[in-house]
Design a protein around this ligand. Structure first.
Ligand code: ADP
Ligand code: MG
Length: 268
C-alpha cells in the first residue's frame, strides 16, 4: 500500500497541498477529481514519488518510499504524466521500449512485451511511425503503452502501481473507455491505480474510491456514491449538477446544469 500521511507541499512561497492523508491499495482504483489548479497533478507526483512533500510522510508497504532505490521504484510503479517532455527523434515503438529500461529482461523479451502493450492500447499499427507525427490521442495511447510495458510483469517483493494524470484528455469516446477498462483490468490483476480524471462519469463507473481536491485540500474521500453528490460537486467546481442512477451500472450518473446567469456581463 502507498500511504500519504499529513503531507503538505510548498513551492515558491505558496502551499499547493495542505494536510493531505490518502492511501492507494493494491487492487483498487482511486480517482482524483477537482478544478483546474486544485493540486491534482502535484498530488499524483508526490504519491508516485516523483517529488518530495515539504512535510508529512509517504510510505510504500510500511517503509519510507524514498528509502527504495530509483530502479526498484521504476519496477514497482509507472507514471503517465499530464505533459510528456518527449518531442522528436523516436519512433512510437522506441517510446514504448523506454518503459522497459528498468528491467534486465533482454532485448527480445523487451520487444515482445512492448508490442503486446501496444496491442493493448490499440497502437501496434503505429509502431514504426515517428512519434511526433502521431495525433494527440495516438501519442497519449503510446505513452499509456509505455507505462504498461514498465509494469507488465509481477515484481518480487511487492505490488505494482499505475499513476495516470488525465489519461483520457486527448481520447475519443471509445478510447476513453478503452483506457479506463485497461486501468480496471490492472486493478483486477492486483495493481493499485490512481487516475486524475475530469470526466466524473468515468470516475463514477471505474473508480472504487474518489478523492476530491479543492485548493490543495481534500474535501471528500469515499465511494463514488459518497463523493459524487451535488453538494460536494458544487463546493469543488462551483456548478450545479443533477445526480441520478446510471441505468446499466446503477452507480451515480452526473449531469452538469447550464447556468445562464453566470455569464451575464459577458459581451460574448
Ligand atoms: P491541477 O493538476 O489540479 O490542475 P497542479 O497540481 O498542476 O493542478 O497545480 C496546482 C497549482 O499549483 C496551480 O495553481 C499551479 O499553477 C501551481 N503550481 C504548480 N507547479 C508550480 C510551481 N512549480 N511553482 C509555482 N506554482 C506551481
Ligand atoms: Mg493537472
Amino acid at each position: 500500500m502507498i500511504q500519504l500521511t499529513n503531507i503538505a507541499y510548498s513551492i515558491g512561497g505558496s502551499e499547493l497541498l495542505k494536510d493531505i492523508s490518502l492511501t492507494v491499495s493494491p487492487g483498487e482504483m482511486v480517482a482524483v477529481i477537482g478544478a483546474n489548479g486544485a493540486g491534482k497533478s502535484t498530488l499524483m507526483r508526490i504519491l508516485s514519488g516523483l517529488i518530495r512533500p515539504s512535510r508529512g510522510s509517504l510510505s510504500l508497504d510500511g517503509k519510507d518510499l524514498f528509502s527504495y532505490s530509483a530502479e526498484e521504484m521504476a519496477r514497482r510503479r509507472a507514471v503517465l504524466d499530464q505533459q510528456s517532455v518527449l518531442t522528436f527523434g523516436f519512433s512510437a515503438l522506441e517510446v514504448v521500449m523506454m518503459g522497459r529500461t528498468p528491467h534486465m529482461t533482454g532485448a527480445r523479451k523487451n520487444l515482445e512485451i512492448s508490442l503486446e502493450a501496444m496491442k493493448t492500447t490499440g497502437t501496434d499499427h503505429l509502431a514504426g511511425r515517428s512519434y511526433p507525427t502521431l495525433s494527440g490521442g495516438e501519442q497519449q495511447r503510446v505513452h499509456l503503452a509505455r507505462a504498461l510495458a514498465q509494469i507488465w510483469e509481477p515484481v518480487e517483493g511487492g505490488e505494482r502501481y499505475l499513476f495516470l494524470d488525465e489519461p483520457t484528455s486527448y481520447l475519443d469516446l471509445a478510447h476513453q473507455h478503452m483506457a479506463l477498462s485497461i486501468a480496471s483490468r490492472c486493478t483486477q490483476a492486483g495493481l493499485g491505480v490512481l487516475a486524475v480524471l475530469h470526466d466524473l462519469n468515468l470516475a463514477a463507473n471505474h473508480a472504487n474510491r474518489v478523492a476530491v481536491l479543492k485548493k490543495g485540500r481534500l474535501t471528500a474521500v469515499g465511494t463514488p456514491e459518497e463523493t459524487l453528490t451535488p453538494e460536494v460537486l458544487r463546493d469543488a467546481f462551483g456548478i450545479e449538477t443533477v445526480v441520478s442512477r446510471h441505468p446499466a451500472t446503477q452507480g451515480p450518473l452526473i449531469v452538469a446544469l447550464h447556468q445562464p446567469n453566470s455569464t451575464q456581463n459577458n459581451h460574448l
